[in-house]
Write a protein that binds this ligand. Sequence first.
Ligand SMILES: CC(C)(COP(=O)(O)OP(=O)(O)OC[C@H]1O[C@@H](n2cnc3c(N)ncnc32)[C@H](O)[C@@H]1OP(=O)(O)O)[C@@H](O)C(=O)NCCC(=O)NCCS
Length: 173
Amino acid sequence: MRHSLQIRTGQLGDADRLAVLAIQVWLHTDCTHGINSEVAQYVLSELTVERFSARPIEPESHILVAECNEWLVGYAAVKFGASCPSGARSTAELQTLYVQEHFVGRGVGRSLLMAAEAKARGQSASPLWLTVNAQNARAIAFYARQGYSQVGTTHVVLGQGRYENHVLIGADT
Ligand SMILES: CC(C)(COP(=O)(O)OP(=O)(O)OC[C@H]1O[C@@H](n2cnc3c(N)ncnc32)[C@H](O)[C@@H]1OP(=O)(O)O)[C@@H](O)C(=O)NCCC(=O)NCCS
């Protein structure tokens, strides 16, 4: 099957597919020890169709979706007005960049990132900042390849767990 990649702005009607993709990618990437009750709670309360339905109408939020032959294969979420924990001047956070495992390594992540960067430049005249789990070597290598550099460290708390994250910022071009 030939893949015809399209990147577009997310819409209300994408919410069910975004929720399912987010659950799949998040569990696969971050839940490598299995599922505990905190993980289950997070998925069932946060990665819901209702939450994704609200995103396209939030003024500070921008969703980009990647489709191959009209199948959703990835998405990026940018939040504006979000202060960087390292104190860097950017206020455009790349909250999420997820590509379905079957489509990694085919340029989908880079295409979504470039579209998100263009949106950040246009709306806030600043590069993107983001946090990435310190254990996520593949994503850290991907962002380094795209010119991102580490400007700090932060921690994400989920239940009893406390997970180190790197704070990265894109090149200021
Ligand atoms: C990280 C992720 C978004 C990368 O997306 P992708 O579609 O696989 O990446 P691409 O195919 O667009 O790769 C773009 C470039 O990065 C490079 N790259 C990708 N993965 C890499 C890796 N593990 N190591 C080194 N370089 C890498 C590619 O070689 C390519 O280089 P090029 O520009 O010279 O061609 C994707 O793997 C993913 O969704 N992972 C699971 C969720 C996740 O970890 N998200 C990030 C959380 S912050």
